[in-house]
Ligand binder design. Structure first.
Ligand code: SF4
Length: 350
């Protein structure tokens, strides 16, 4: 559909999306089928025009604190699944406080507190609530919590104690693929948990994996599922085979599919938060993702930190170049800059 469009026609297309036009199912399928690099560039330029209309050159920055890598689940794609024989850690309350002290004064808009479904917290959710309360007390920043599926009353307590965002990725809205990815877990419980978090006054993040789908129709189902989920922040991440997992021997895909889907998400969710994660390809990868229409940088960690990411492109690298100052330097070289905290707070309250 973009193949023969002139610059003016591309601008008009962006304009029509800004004016409320929705992509039809045929449009979404056509966009998913684009493979030609020149046409993809056109798609990215539309996505950037739409993003710039809503956010200008401003980007939001999230710091990532993976405070427990224990998990009771066995997601087939995940390095931290319970049967993988790896070194794990669970930060003590003191260690979490130290991480927060180190983050004080960093120009970040939100702290993302992530853990696996660690029984230490899941069987005693009051411990999780206390972590949120302390982090809020120390940093006073918005908090995103990624605890996995938790009960309604836990969500209420998390909200009451300072959690602003729940991140809970469906990974796919293709039920057959869900069963292969999130082995033994309930599709509906994940959906219901996000829905309840919204009811409890939190913003929600949903997301999908790519390069693991059996075909384009599966990806299409996921995009339609995200449309229904209607999250405040919407993510796609490339599946990366992880050692010691059932999917560990799969052939890794490129980031092309992720970039294309980021751009399609920008067309489907014009004014939403769409992340460029540092966790897959570091700061160079961030640039490509922002150029495809993203407007948030996630997985920022303090320099010298030994905390884990989720995919960890840099697990074996001597230098982990994903601290906030390196990110800002690169943003500036792209003509972009961090947004004001008030702008982020406004998004949280809308
Ligand atoms: S994706 Fe999350 S819930 Fe699944 S195994 Fe990994 S850490 Fe656990």
């Amino acid at each position: 559909m973009l193949k023969d469009m002139s610059r003016e026609e591309l601008d008009n297309f962006a304009e029509s999306i800004i004016n409320g036009q929705k992509l039809s199912d045929d449009n979404i399928r056509d966009l998913l089928n684009i493979e030609d690099d020149e046409i993809l560039e056109k798609l990215y330029s539309i996505a950037r025009s739409i993003r710039n209309h809503y956010f200008g050159n401003k980007v939001f920055l999230y710091s990532f604190v993976y405070f427990s890598t224990y998990c009771k689940n066995n997601c087939a794609f995940c390095y931290y699944h319970c049967k993988n024989d790896i070194n794990r850690y669970r930060l003590t309350p003191d260690e979490i406080e130290k991480v927060c002290e180190a983050l004080k004064g960093d120009p970040i808009h939100m702290v993302d507190l992530t853990m696996g479904e660690d029984p230490y917290y899941h069987n005693h959710p009051e411990r999780l609530v206390e972590v949120v309360r302390r982090v809020k007390e120390i940093l006073g920043l918005p908090i995103m919590i990624s605890p996995g599926v938790v009960e309604d009353k836990v969500l209420e307590e998390l909200r009451r104690n300072g959690a602003n965002f729940l991140a809970l990725y469906q990974e796919t809205y293709d039920p057959a693929l869900f069963a292969r990815l999130r082995v033994g877990q309930s599709f509906e419980k994940r959906v219901n948990c996000r829905n309840y978090a919204r009811k409890a006054g939190m913003c929600i993040e949903d997301g999908i994996l790519t390069e693991v789908e059996p075909d384009k129709e599966s990806t299409f189902k996921s995009l339609k599922g995200l449309e229904k989920s209607d999250p405040d922040m919407v993510r796609v991440m490339t599946f990366v085979p992880q050692e010691g997992t059932p999917f560990g021997k799969m052939v890794p895909g490129s980031s092309k599919s992720e970039l294309k889907i980021i751009a399609i998400l920008r067309l489907m969710f014009p004014n939403r938060l769409i992340p460029a994660s540092l966790d897959l390809e570091g700061i160079d990868g961030m640039v490509h993702r922002l150029n495809a229409g993203a407007n948030v940088v996630t997985s920022i960690i303090p320099s010298g930190s030994s905390l884990e990411g989720v995919v960890n492109y840099d697990r074996n690298l001597a230098k982990r170049d994903r601290d906030v100052h390196s990110v800002i330097k690169r943003l500036e070289s792209m003509g972009m800059e961090p947004a004001k905290q008030e702008d982020f707070n406004m998004i949280l309250s809308r």
